[in-house]
Write a protein that binds this ligand. Structure first.
Ligand SMILES: *[C@@H]1O[C@H](CO)[C@@H](O)[C@H](O)[C@H]1NC(C)=O
Ligand SMILES: *[C@@H]1O[C@H](CO)[C@@H](O)[C@H](O)[C@H]1NC(C)=O
Length: 182
């Protein structure tokens, strides 16, 4: 029972926590400015061959956007070079707050190819004060159908086990409880 519940809970967690960084990489530059890579965090994401994919590297920096450069590399080469057919497009954007700036560099895959699974995509942050890098790898997704069936089976088994427990509990109740109601 407990094992089944644990399996069920871990299935739920694995489904829901695909896009969250546990520990954002944080660095103080030589001048004491905070530069933080909110995403990615050296993690692996899943994708289906032929599907679209969008990955955004988000950086939070106590610097003016002009002082910092955020870009992606694929296996140490620039994205334009890795995908000469424009299959992967890279776009950058920035949002300036009062003291902090958010910088985004987004990779847009029009379709994921098998060779992407062997490549490390690195988000590089360059500024006069510090250099940082965080990578992401892509692995073939376990088909959604399979994971949904697994969850359905786990739920069904849990319900059956709970029903059996309830039935046993009710059966062991002393009969007086029913008699005393009237
Ligand atoms: C990227 O690097 C990995 C490991 O070094 C290698 O296996 C893979 O073939 C490379 N991919 C490309 C497209 O260069
Ligand atoms: C992530 O990878 C980069 C580059 O390889 C490394 O410098 C950094 O320490 C790694 N960070 C974590 C949290 O693993």
């Amino acid at each position: 029972m407990i094992v089944l519940l644990a399996v069920f809970v871990s299935l739920c967690i694995s489904v829901s926590s695909s896009n969250v960084c546990e520990t954002a990489a944080q660095n103080k530059s030589t001048k004491g400015h905070t530069i933080q890579i909110l995403y990615p965090c050296n993690n692996t994401i899943e994708a289906v061959v032929g599907s679209k994919l969008e990955v955004t590297c988000t950086v939070l920096a106590e610097l003016h956007p002009a002082e910092i450069l955020v870009y992606w590399l694929a296996n140490q080469t620039f994205i334009e070079e890795y995908s000469r057919d424009n299959r992967i497009k890279e776009t950058e954007s920035e949002r300036k707050g009062t003291e902090k700036s958010y910088l985004d560099a987004t990779l847009n895959f029009s379709k994921v190819e098998r060779k992407d699974f062997a490549v490390t995509f690195v988000c590089v942050i360059l500024s006069g004060e510090t250099d940082l890098a965080r990578y992401i790898s892509i692995k073939p997704a376990v088909s959604n159908v399979h994971s949904h069936i697994a969850i359905a089976v786990a739920v069904l088994i849990s319900i059956i086990m709970i029903s059996i427990c309830m039935y046993k509990l009710l059966k062991h109740k002393p009969p007086q409880t029913y008699v005393n109601i009237n």
